[in-house]
Design a protein around this ligand. Structure first.
Ligand SMILES: C[S@@+](CC[C@H](N)C(=O)[O-])C[C@H]1O[C@@H](n2cnc3c(N)ncnc32)[C@H](O)[C@@H]1O
Length: 397
C-alpha cells in the first residue's frame, strides 16, 4: 500500500554531532524531500508512459525492432520532453540537497568541529594515517554531486563533507533508510539473527564505512565483537567516530586505510566482512583488488555480505535504463559498469568459489518515527512497505 505520511526531515534523529537546523533550513529540506517523493511517485510513471506510447513506437518505426539495450533506449529518449523534465528536476534536487546541506553545515562548522573533537580527542579507536592516498575512483569525481566528495578538507579537523552527507541523505532516500539512515545495517543484523542465529562473529570488518551509518547497527547487533570500519576519507572517519560515540557505540575502531591494500591485517583474521552501497563507487581495477583482500582476510567458515542495488543481468531494458540514470546524470560513473558485471565471474577471478555465491533480500523495519504507526486495515506485514535490501554474499568453506 502507498505511504500515507509524507516523510518530514525534522523527525530525523539528531545525535550530538548532527548539524542544527533552523526553520528555513527544515522547510527547504522538506521541500526537497517531498519533491523527490513527487518525482518518483507521480512524474516517473509519466516517463514510462512517454516511452511506451511515443519513444518506443517511433524507435520501432525507424529501426524495425524495440531497443535492444539500455544504451539504445537512452539515445532515443533523451529528446523526449517528459524524460527531460523528470531528469532535470531529479538532478536539481540532488544539486540543491548538496548546496543546502553544505551551507547549513558551514554556518555552524566551528561548533560541529568542537563537538567532534570532544569525542575524538585522544581516542585510540580513531586511527588516521596521512600517508593514505585517495584512490582514483574516489578522487576523480565528486560522487553524486557532493562538493568535495567524501574526503576534501579545507582546514584542520574539517568534517564539512561528512556532516552535510549525514543531514542530506534523508532528502534523496525520502526517509526510507530510517531516522538514523541506518536501515541497511539494521536489516543485516536482523537477517543474521533470523537466518543464522548461531553465527556470532568476533571480528567484523566494514569496508567503505563513510560516516558509519551501517557499521553502527552492526556493532550494536554484535556488542561483544570488535568492529573495524575502514575508509580512505579522513573527514568522514573523524565524524563517523564522533557520531558512533555520541550514539553510545564503543566497539568500533575507525581506520583510515585503502581497502585495496589492507596488509596491516593478517590472513583469515575476520569472521564477517561487509560493505553497504559501496561497490557501485568502485572502478574495474579497485573492485577486484578489494575482493582479493576480502578473500584473504576472511576466515574459513566466515561470511562476506554486501548490500548493493541489484545487477542488471536478466532485468528488462527499461528498468535497466531507469536504474542507470545515476551513471549519466548523477556523477556516478562506475554505477553502470559495476551493475553490468557478472558477479560469479568476478568472484571466481578473485579467488572465491563462486558456486557459494548467494543473493537475497534483507528486510528492515519501517521506522515508525518517520512513517507513523501501522493503521488498522493496512495491508501486508509491516504496512506493506518494508524496505527490502538487495544483498549478495558467500560463506567461505
Ligand atoms: C557510497 S559510500 C559507502 C556508504 C557507507 N558504506 C554507508 O554505510 O553509508 C562509499 C565509501 O567508500 C569509500 N571508498 C571508496 N574506495 C575505497 C577504498 N579503496 N578504500 C577505502 N574506502 C574506499 C569512499 O571514501 C566512501 O566513503
Amino acid at each position: 500500500m502507498a505511504t500515507k505520511t509524507l516523510p518530514s526531515w525534522d523527525v530525523i534523529t539528531k545525535h550530538d554531532v548532527f548539524a542544527d537546523a533552523n526553520h528555513d533550513e527544515v522547510a527547504r529540506l522538506n521541500f526537497l524531500t517531498h519533491l523527490n517523493v513527487h518525482l518518483s511517485a507521480n512524474v516517473l510513471p509519466g516517463v514510462k508512459n512517454a516511452y511506451e506510447t511515443q519513444v518506443k513506437p517511433e524507435f520501432i518505426k525507424a529501426q524495425g525492432h524495440e531497443p535492444e539495450n539500455r544504451h539504445q533506449l537512452r539515445a532515443a529518449i533523451t529528446q523526449n520532453h517528459t524524460f527531460q523534465m523528470w531528469s532535470a528536476l531529479r538532478r536539481n534536487t540532488m544539486e540543491m540537497r548538496q548546496q543546502a546541506g553544505r551551507a547549513q553545515v558551514l554556518r555552524q562548522i566551528e561548533d560541529i568541529v568542537a563537538k567532534v573533537e570532544h569525542y575524538n580527542e585522544g581516542a585510540d579507536t580513531l586511527k588516521l594515517d596521512e600517508s593514505i592516498a585517495i584512490p582514483e575512483n574516489v578522487g576523480s569525481v565528486d560522487i553524486h554531486c557532493q562538493p568535495g566528495c567524501y574526503y576534501t578538507e579545507y582546514f584542520e579537523n574539517d568534517v564539512t563533507v561528512a556532516a552535510s552527507y549525514d543531514l542530506g541523505l534523508f532528502v534523496t532516500t525520502a526517509g526510507l533508510l530510517g531516522a538514523l539512515s541506518d536501515g541497511g545495517g539494521q536489516a543485516v543484523g536482523k537477517w543474521l539473527a533470523d537466518n543464522h542465529p548461531d553465527f556470532q562473529p568476533k571480528r567484523i570488518l566494514d569496508i567503505g564505512c563513510t560516516i558509519g551509518h551501517n557499521a553502527v547497527p552492526l556493532a550494536q547487533a554484535f556488542p561483544n565483537a570488535e568492529v573495524i570500519a575502514v575508509d580512505v576519507a579522513r573527514p568522514s572517519l573523524r565524524y563517523a567516530h564522533a557520531r558512533a560515540k555520541a550514539l553510545g557505540v564503543n566497539n568500533i575502531t575507525f581506520v583510515q586505510a585503502d581497502a585495496e591494500n589492507l596488509s596491516q591485517y593478517q590472513d583469515e583474521s575476520f569472521d564477517l566482512i561487509t560493505t553497504a552501497m559501496f561497490w557501485h563507487e568502485t572502478s574495474d581495477t579497485a573492485m577486484p583488488n578489494i575482493l582479493k583482500e576480502i578473500n584473504r582476510l576472511l576466515k574459513t567458515g566466515g561470511l562476506t555480505l554486501h548490500l548493493e542495488q541489484p545487477q542488471y543481468q536478466g532485468m528488462g531494458v527499461y528498468e535497466q535504463f531507469i536504474r542507470d540514470w545515476d551513471t549519466y546524470y548523477n556523477n556516478e560513473p562506475y554505477w553502470g559498469p559495476m551493475h553490468d558485471l557478472d558477479l560469479k565471474d568476478m568472484l571466481s577471478k578473485c579467488g572465491f568459489n563462486s558456486d557459494d555465491l548467494f543473493e537475497t533480500g534483507v528486510v528492515s523495519l519501517v521506522d515508525e518515527k518517520i512513517f507513523g504507526k501501522r493503521e488498522k486495515g493496512d495491508a501486508g506485514e509491516d504496512y506493506g512497505r518494508a524496505p527490502v535490501w538487495n544483498a549478495f554474499g558467500l560463506w567461505k568453506k
